[in-house]
Design a protein around this ligand. Structure first.
Ligand code: NCD
Length: 316
């Protein structure tokens, strides 16, 4: 029985603690390898990975590309600006076209929540969700968990404050699920307008004051204001937002002295985080998160493609 018995990785919701642990343990084994001069393995030899990104991305796309290449797979990158979507093709037609070329893994990012799942139901290969709308971004939550686990030795029992634009954040949603599965406690800290209506159901504590929300926490996870997903006015002004919700040393003083600062990137300095705090590497693990991202994606590619024992069936 595989340690991760799923065809796709579409979200964190519904995974079990042993499944999350299996992914993190496998990722751990790649961290050292990625620091060596020779970073190459042949685990994905003969396999094809297609990165299909319908939304802008720097770290996630690069990180999946490196992960696939370091495992010896053939990696193709497709972005919407160069795809036939621009010529009016639907997402599903694009996916089916790629499917006909027999990829083993499709890594998909799409601005609509649920689009990646829909696509996964039509293709024969494994699908990894690299972020769908404001729904889930499972590999981000895994890399955050790996970063925390390596620094603090555990996830269970930790107090994690997720702060900022939670309502639009797939990173927040995936992290809330993962941290709950692994026994950490989550607080959401944001203005009323940026807290999702379903917060109560997610089993989290909600705060509208940073000083209160950060009291005694082990992790402070900051999120970008995702203006590209905002329809209407969510905030009076950026200046006021930074004053009340931007992370600075004054607010950080409420957290535990050894508390870590995290951010999935891209960061908006002076909006959700003060530059000085972001660059304080005694507490900020932002670059470590990026490093862990490659290891996590290697583990995901490996464990999912290992489940494709036979060549995928083709029903087209
Ligand atoms: C996040 C995303 O795309 O959801 N970035 C990332 O993947 N590192 C967060 C964001 O865009 O703010």
């Amino acid at each position: 029985m595989s340690a991760f018995p799923h065809r796709h990785l579409l979200g964190i919701e519904g995974l079990t603690p042993p499944e999350v642990t299996a992914l993190l343990d496998r990722s751990e084994s790649y961290v050292e390898q990625n620091r060596r001069a020779d970073k190459k393995k042949s685990v994905l030899r003969g396999r094809t990975v297609i990165n299909l990104f319908f939304e802008a991305s720097t770290r996630t796309r690069t990180s999946f590309e490196l992960a696939g290449k370091r495992l010896g797979g053939d990696v193709i990158n497709m972005s919407v600006s160069t795809s036939a979507i621009r010529k009016g093709e639907t997402v599903l037609d694009t996916a089916m076209t790629l499917n006909a070329m027999h990829p083993d893994v499709l890594v998909v990012r799409h601005p609509e929540s649920g689009a990646v799942k829909l696509l996964s139901e039509k293709v024969n290969c494994c699908v990894i969700n690299a972020g769908d709308g404001s729904h889930e971004h499972p590999t981000q939550a895994l890399l955050d968990a790996l970063t925390i686990r390596r620094r603090l030795g555990r996830l269970e029992g930790l107090e994690v404050a997720i702060c900022g634009d939670i309502v639009h954040s797939r990173v927040a949603r995936s992290n809330i699920h993962l941290l709950a599965i692994m026994g950490a406690r989550v607080r959401l800290v944001a203005p009323h307008t940026l807290i999702p209506a379903e917060a109560e159901r997610l089993g989290v504590e909600v705060f509208h004051d940073m000083h209160e929300g950060l009291k005694g926490c082990d992790i402070v996870m900051m999120l970008r204001l995702q203006t590209e997903r905002m329809q209407g006015n969510f905030l009076p002004s950026i200046r006021e937002y930074f004053h009340f919700f931007g992370l600075d040393y004054d607010k950080m003083a409420n957290a535990k002295p050894e508390a870590l600062i995290m951010h999935p990137g891209p960061m908006n300095r002076g909006v959700e985080i003060d530059s000085v705090v972001a660059d304080d590497y005694s507490r900020s693990v932002i670059h470590e998160q990026v490093e862990m991202g490659v290891a996590v994606r290697m583990a995901c590619l490996e464990l999912l493609s290992a489940n494709l024992v036979e060549a995928p069936q083709h029903n087209i």
